[in-house]
Write a protein that binds this ligand. Sequence first.
Ligand SMILES: Cc1cc2nc3c(=O)[nH]c(=O)nc-3n(C[C@H](O)[C@H](O)[C@H](O)COP(=O)(O)OP(=O)(O)OC[C@H]3O[C@@H](n4cnc5c(N)ncnc54)[C@H](O)[C@@H]3O)c2cc1C
Length: 430
Amino acid sequence: MAKKTDVLIVGTGAAGLFCALHFSEQTQVLMITKEEADKSDSYLAQGGMCMLRDEEDYEQYFEDTMRAGHYENNKSSVEVMIRSSGDMVQELIGYGVDFNRNGKELAFTREGGHSRPRILFHEDVTGREITSTLLENAKKQKNITILEHTTMLDIIADDNNCYGIIVQDIDGGISAVQAKYTVFACGGLGGLFQHSTNFRHITGDAVAIAKCHDIELEHVDYIQIHPTTLYSEKPGRRFLISESVRGEGAILLNKNKERFCDELLPRDIVTAEIKKQMKKDNMPYVWLSMEKIPKEEIESHFPNILRQCLEEGYDPTKEYIPVVPAQHYFMGGIKVNLFSRTSMNYLYAIGETACNGVHGKNRLASNSLLESIVFAKRAADKIMEEIAQTEFAEIDGMVSLEKYQDVGKLKAEYRKIILEEIERERKSHE
Ligand SMILES: Cc1cc2nc3c(=O)[nH]c(=O)nc-3n(C[C@H](O)[C@H](O)[C@H](O)COP(=O)(O)OP(=O)(O)OC[C@H]3O[C@@H](n4cnc5c(N)ncnc54)[C@H](O)[C@@H]3O)c2cc1C
């Protein structure tokens, strides 16, 4: 007999947690995650989360998002995201999220591509502040259960309906979990890349599974490279030097310590400039100078970055640090509508795994945490509207666990499927 839950959420990042918190107490929600619940890219977000500060900024915020996205964004998604931001911020504060303030007023910073400061932050660990607060709240809810070290291997699907998933648990056991509704909140795919700011276990599994079941995907080749990660020869995740460091005055220098571009242009343009300069200089990195930022500002606004640089042997209050572009974010993904519904019935996708078109071809800095929570709530609200009329289906005969015995082989297959899909899409755009 398969385990049963009303709603099953795959992923405990900001998107998954915010979604889980929006179901009624009578709705049983099961969340699973590949590692510990706090090992998600949402925790790593440094710079902050955007917010529409006042009506006067609407046109400009909309335009900044569209311009960064090369005007390929879905305008309705952008509008929904921006218009929802004030309510989302109030909800987060209600859960206990502590954003930096100037006196009693919320403080705002600026990042590349933004025409004015509109980014809320908590020092340089905004993602940790938001996600750990959501996790604490979720753990208090009796209707939410979180299973760590539990990996989704596949979905249970028939006739374009999703009835749950196949999981591997912490002891290696494989079983079926039946759900009335399944929500993918699996993050991006940086773990597939040699140089990435993402956790290594975030490998686009939901996208590969969607491809295998003919669920519609969109812009799988739209992958953002962040211009500034700390250069290191060590293997593993690359440490991000947040864009807000440049927003506060840091500049990029070539090997002769000369400035070579406007640091506050959108990410893809700054990345291209850095790569060009590295080639010209025949160097594996360029320099970032924080000279213009007062030492106290570095210590108070960027303590995490300062600590990490010191650990790597660089003191940014006294010297330049070497930076290099690395894979950072996935703008494409599983195609969803404005309520985060995929092309398969009873299956939703939210956060970085999903593509509602909000980011177009290139994400504007600090729009992803906001997008994740706005569309996570919309998914939960939609499911709540329908769940009373939805019965558990009869799934006997749909599941054969034998084919999941070689998990290593399955993961390798998924990896191949995604990389081929990225290449195919990329070629189709040439
Ligand atoms: C270093 C860094 C800095 C960033 N800074 C910012 C910022 O300042 N502002 C901003 O807006 N955005 C920022 N982002 C982006 C933002 O953090 C993420 O895009 C966003 O939080 C994604 O949230 P998510 O919930 O969709 O996914 P994630 O937070 O990545 O969570 C994915 C979850 O899915 C689980 N999972 C994946 N596959 C499986 C599987 N097969 N089975 C079970 N569980 C699975 C994972 O274990 C994890 O729990 C940053 C990202 C990084 C990496």
